[in-house]
Write a protein that binds this ligand. Structure first.
Ligand code: ADP
Length: 388
């Protein structure tokens, strides 16, 4: 057998409504990245999924890393919503496909695109084992006190409950933080904070999620790029009754025109920090407001966890904005969280310790790696027999 045939190539995919993001790993010996990229303008008049995959295949062939999808050991798909059914990644069969389909009402923008990616690859490589890695799975360990809403039980039976999202990222951060601290995840209580365009925070007890800020949909919790986060539900009633808004208007307002954008006109944290430094009061207010909400959740989760070993910042903002990390941690010394401003200002590496010597709680900034986490979880469920 040539060395080429000893490779275990895993295709990690994030099929969205307008793009396919991919990364090809060789898992024969560790997690060796072979190629990665993105194909955009999928789904509209420009390109079909099948065309998208054929562009990717051509690129992989040109790079000399893959000849045919049939040569893969497996493909892993990021699936946004797995409902209450999946607490781990699973090998995709017809039952899993039906379950992903059944979750479409809970994730109408994402699950159909995820399904389309799976079905297209099935058509192109019928024998290829495919894995679904759910963004909700990590939070399935939440107790009912965390996942239920204070609503009549019949609604929960119909699926109205908190699921949480960014699970792949929070799971990765848990494992990476444990590795950095030289401990097993089971021995650690963490607060993992993912601050990107979407933002969420998770209370991790002994390696398992026990509460998270996003709810039935990704709208709940922190202030985000364009989403409002926590809100009095009475406001929705007021908008409908007094402003004559319908569901679509409310959706647009709360998901696309609120958050940082609603507060100061932009959802780009880099720009907000620049404007703040130029003396712009509106940007400064949005910045403080955003950080204050993160602080509220840290406080709440400290109380829920009882003791916290580490607080982890991640996502585009959490990993890269020293200003946000400094503001979030300001004045928390009395709770055992002491940021070292000099370390916090150093140039970012993919994982960086930013707490001071005397801090009881470790504080770190870590670049998340959802593709690695998906490869890690898929490795455990892919059938050995298909190994190339
Ligand atoms: P998504 O949730 O879409 O994956 P990201 O995790 O990439 O988004 O986060 C996007 C956010 O991160 C934007 O608000 C962007 O301004 C912010 N960001 C990226 N780099 C920096 C930086 N160096 N300083 C401050 N904010 C940053």
């Amino acid at each position: 057998m040539s060395s080429e045939h000893k490779r275990k190539k895993l295709f990690v995919l994030n099929c969205g409504s307008s793009s396919i993001k991919y990364k090809l790993f060789d898992l024969a010996d560790g997690y060796t990245p072979l190629s990665s990229g993105i194909v955009e303008e999928i789904g509209d008049a420009m390109q079909s999924y099948e065309e998208g995959f054929s562009i990717i295949m051509q690129k992989l062939r040109d790079e000399g890393v893959l000849e045919d999808f049939g040569e893969l050991w497996g493909a892993a798909h990021r699936v946004v919503h797995g409902g209450s059914k999946y607490e781990k990644a699973v090998l995709i069969d017809d039952a899993v496909l039906s379950a992903i389909r059944a979750c479409i009402p809970l994730a109408p923008l994402h699950n159909p695109a995820n399904l389309e990616g799976i079905m297209t690859l099935r058509k192109l490589a019928p024998q290829l084992p495919q894995v679904a890695v759910f963004d909700t799975a990590f939070h399935q360990s939440m107790p009912p006190e965390a996942y239920r809403y204070a609503l009549p039980e019949v609604l929960e039976e119909e699926g109205v409950r908190r699921y949480g999202f960014h699970g792949i990222s929070h799971h990765y951060l848990t494992g990476r933080a444990a590795a950095l601290m030289g401990k097993a995840p089971d021995d650690l209580n963490l607060i993992t904070i993912h601050l990107g365009n979407g933002a969420s925070v998770t209370a991790v007890e002994k390696g398992r999620s026990i509460d998270t800020s996003m709810g039935m949909t990704p709208l709940e919790g922190l202030v985000m790029g364009t989403r409002c986060g926590d809100l009095d539900p009475g406001i929705v009633l007021w908008l409908c009754e007094e402003k004559g808004m319908d569901a679509r208007d409310v959706d647009t307002l709360l998901n696309r025109r609120s958050g940082l954008k609603g507060l100061c006109g932009t959802n780009d944290m880099r720009r907000i920090v620049e404007r703040m430094e130029e003396g712009d009061a509106e940007a400064a207010f949005a910045f403080r407001y955003f950080c204050r909400r993160v602080r509220k959740y840290i406080g709440a989760y400290m109380v829920l966890l009882g003791s916290v070993d580490a607080v982890i910042f991640s996502g585009g903002i959490g990993a890269h904005s020293r200003e946000v990390r400094e503001e979030v941690c300001r004045g928390l010394e009395c709770f055992g969280m002491e940021i070292d401003t000099e370390k916090n200002r150093r140039n970012f590496t993919d994982a960086m310790l930013i707490s001071g010597e005397k801090s009881r709680i470790v504080i770190a900034a870590i670049e998340t790696d959802e593709e690695w986490q998906m490869a890690y979880e898929s490795r455990r469920v892919l059938p050995e027999c298909h190994r190339m």
